[in-house]
Design a protein around this ligand. Structure first.
Ligand code: NAG
Ligand code: NAG
Ligand code: NAG
Ligand code: NAG
Length: 381
């Protein structure tokens, strides 16, 4: 009984087709189209034997997997009257090459919503929907990356702590995310690039301060980036520019001690002289004897300051040990200096005889030689 029914259907189908002549057919697959946002997409449907009296070529878009399909066109007629940038959103361009007819669906100003499957089908008036010829074409719309701006752009952390930088990005295809430093220096853990949106930095120190960039790239221009500024608070580090400084005594020359202090927040800097008799620290004030200064220098980094102590008119009692001491709410640091006695004037402010450095050295050597000769005389004399 069942077999009989099947045969009847089959027979009637065959009769029907033969009564219409040759059955229309979609030739070739519809090549998948990959375009970027804003561009124009093209989907080609090539057919043969399309008889206009009984067949209509339709482009249909499957909007959602379960939703009602959207009928875009019937032959060259467009059913969706959307307009973008002053032009119809959809357009069907028909051309005939040999015995083939090409119905090209043109989709303007592509957006994310245009991505998906488009079906080219031939509606046959006297046949069941399931028997209509159809083929599926896929349209991919690539979207340039955008970074989600929900993370903080300024982070203040204390030295020694760990932080996690996070960066999320959207885009089609899914963008690759990398982190790097804004100043181009290597990353705290080594290397110049960290792959992935989540970046953990352990045991932060002062060198970690600065700008970090998250870059999202999916090969659709332009890549997106996002900058995070990291500020590191830390206890002071003091560094003596030269920890031993010589000067001749009683000749009205001065001596300068230079101390570079790195700290965040800025440190309070105090200079001390070690009292040779008691070993105690005497705080130095800016007065007739001492000049306290803080100078700027382009070579310094953001959290560094240059402090100097000038000991005017160096005398015998000035020789000895000095400290540059810095303190902020995170801790303290110091650098020590020794001022020692020399025979000749030292430093850039010494008077030069003959006005040139080479002569100056020459004269020192001469004096030194004469001294030796004089003492030899004393010895043998
Ligand atoms: C669609 O057809 C046009 C015209 O023949 C051709 O230039 C184009 O390359 C085709 N595109 C695709 C994706 O097949
Ligand atoms: C930082 O992370 C390391 C490794 O996970 C851990 O041992 C250390 O205790 C953490 N330090 C702080 C301050 O949380
Ligand atoms: C992500 O990076 C990998 C490795 O460099 C590359 O092969 C891939 O094409 C990239 N993906 C995107 C979407 O750019
Ligand atoms: C200098 O620093 C050292 C090491 O932290 C410390 O032991 C010393 O007491 C400090 N001296 C001064 C004068 O601050």
């Amino acid at each position: 009984m069942k077999l009989f029914a099947f045969l009847t259907v089959l027979t009637s189908t065959c009769l029907c087709v033969s009564s219409m002549g040759t059955r229309p057919e979609i030739v070739d697959a519809i090549l998948p189209e990959v375009k970027q946002q804003g561009q124009i997409g093209y989907l080609n449907c090539s057919v043969i034997n399309l008889n206009p009296s009984s067949a209509v070529l339709q482009w249909v878009k499957q909007t959602t997997p379960s939703g009602t399909p959207l009928l875009i066109s019937s032959n060259e007629k467009i059913h969706v009257n959307d307009v973008v940038e002053g032009h119809p959103k959809y357009y069907v361009r028909k051309s005939v090459i040999n015995n083939r007819e090409l119905y090209q669906l043109v989709i303007r100003a592509l957006t994310e919503n245009d991505a998906g499957s488009y079906t080219c089908m031939i509606r046959l008036s006297n046949q069941n929907y399931l028997q209509w010829p159809k083929k599926l074409g896929l349209l991919t719309v690539q979207i340039a990356p955008t970074v989600k701006l929900d993370s903080k752009s300024n982070i203040v952390v204390q030295e020694g702590s760990n932080i996690t930088l996070k960066c999320e990005a959207n885009g089609i295809p899914t963008p690759n995310i990398t982190w790097k430093r804004g100043d181009g220096l290597p990353l705290p853990g080594g290397g110049f690039q960290h792959w992935g949106g989540v970046y953990e930095i352990y045991n932060i120190n002062a060198a970690t301060r600065g700008q970090f960039l998250c870059i999202a790239d999916n090969n659709v221009k332009p890549p997106a980036d996002y900058a995070v500024q990291i500020e590191v608070t830390f206890s002071p580090y003091c560094e003596a520019q030269m920890d031993t400084v010589g000067q001749v005594q009683n000749r009205r020359f001065s001596a300068k001690l230079d101390c570079i202090v790195a700290a965040n927040p800025r440190a309070e800097v105090i200079w001390y002289k070690v009292n040779p008799a008691t070993g105690s620290l005497d705080q130095i004030q800016d007065n007739d004897k001492y000049d306290l200064n803080q100078q700027d220098d382009q070579r310094l980094k953001a959290d560094e300051k240059w402090y100097s102590l000038t000991i005017k008119t160096v005398q015998g009692s000035d020789f000895g040990k000095f400290y540059c001491h810095a303190q902020n709410r995170f801790g303290k640091g110091n650098a020590s200096f020794v001022l020692f006695e020399t025979m000749e004037c030292q430093g850039p402010n010494c008077p030069s005889i003959g006005g040139n450095g080479a002569n100056n050295v020459h004269i020192s050597i001469l004096t030194f030689t004469l001294t030796i000769i004089a003492s030899s005389f004393l010895y043998y004399g």
